[in-house]
Design a protein around this ligand. Structure first.
Ligand code: BDR
Ligand code: CA
Length: 313
């Protein structure tokens, strides 16, 4: 089977970085048409820089990286340096990237790519706030029906919020964008906190990355070491959740994940619950299902896949 064509829309972030590495290490299953950066964990100049650092680290300097929206559709940007550090990729020392940033705006790249490729053959993989994707849909409504699928990290139901008591970070930062995407009619697969909080690093799993004896293995171990301090303190968990790599792992081994096809609506009105993903997990409304909302995963299989693929780089 031909590899699946994807666009990774991202705000790296250590877990975004691991997701990008996993995709670039998996050419049999995945063809990365481009990496589009968005403001999120840190401001745009850092997320686009970080995206290039990660592609270089993977040795894939031919990957096209684009800068997109530097602020949510209507709101002020909220960032997460408290989790990811000042640069977004805090932990190990890293040199500035030398590979170029593409001139084209990320939103234009998304539009042009969906128009140029055969309908139903491009999957969008958002790992950050949904500003770039919603902007593309608003600017070029003709592309919406051409998207094969959106597989995204965002939202929560049972775990509720990580940035507010009610909301997950990616959705909270740009709820209006999320609303547009969830109402678009495109088939959506959601990796919420309910699932990603099961993708936890452990000492043994981090040691396995380090034991690869490669630059990639060392970097991933150092990133997770840095990133895990936050979740350990907050949740008392053993390690850090590798949220965003769940999106890419799903494309490679969907059988590792299970969930329910349900209705998910985005709260944009209430100050108290802004950005909440109101997921009808128990199917108590007759609102039509618009998303496959994942709830469980084979974490062992996921980390085996990560270790196997990252060792290739
Ligand atoms: C999401 O927010 C970011 O901090 C992570 O990169 C992930 O995409 C988790 O809520
Ligand atoms: Ca992210």
């Amino acid at each position: 089977m031909a590899p699946r064509k994807i666009i990774i829309d991202t705000d790296p972030g250590q877990d975004d970085a691991v997701a990008i590495l996993l995709a670039l290490a998996s050419p049999e299953e995945i063809e990365v048409l481009g990496v589009t950066a968005v403001a999120g964990n840190v401001p745009l100049p850092l997320t686009e820089r970080n995206a290039r650092i990660v592609c270089e680290l993977a040795g894939k300097t031919g990957t096209k990286v684009f800068a997109g929206c530097d602020a949510p559709l209507t709101r002020k940007l909220v960032t997460a340096e408290h989790v990811h550090g000042k640069t977004g990729l805090d932990g190990p020392q890293m040199a500035d990237p030398t590979m170029p940033l593409q001139d084209q705006h990320a939103v234009e790249f998304i539009i042009d790519t969906l128009r140029a490729e055969q309908s139903g053959t491009v999957t969008l993989c958002p790992l950050g706030p949904l500003t770039n994707i919603a902007s593309a849909f608003e600017r070029a409504p003709d592309i919406v029906e051409k998207v094969q699928e959106i597989v995204l990290m965002g939202g929560a139901y049972f775990e509720v919020g990580n940035i507010t008591p009610a909301a997950e970070f990616n959705i909270y930062v740009d709820p209006e964008a999320a609303k547009i995407v969830f109402a678009s009619g495109v088939p959506i697969v959601v990796m919420p906190l309910d699932l990603t909080h099961k993708a936890l690093t452990t000492r043994a799993r981090v040691d396995a990355f380090r034991a690869m004896g490669t630059q990639v293995g060392d970097m991933v171990a150092a990133w997770t070491d840095f990133f895990e301090r936050f979740d350990k303190e907050k949740y008392g968990s053993e390690g850090a959740p590798l949220h965003d790599p769940c999106v890419i792992a799903y494309l490679i081994r969907p059988e590792l994940f299970s969930g329910r096809h349900i209705n998910v609506e985005i709260e944009t009105g209430s100050e108290l619950t802004l950005g909440m993903t109101v997921a009808d997990w128990w199917r108590v409304t007759d609102r039509p299902a618009n998303a496959m909302f994942m709830g469980d995963m084979d974490a062992g299989g996921f980390f085996d896949l990560l270790a196997e693929r990252l060792a290739r780089l």
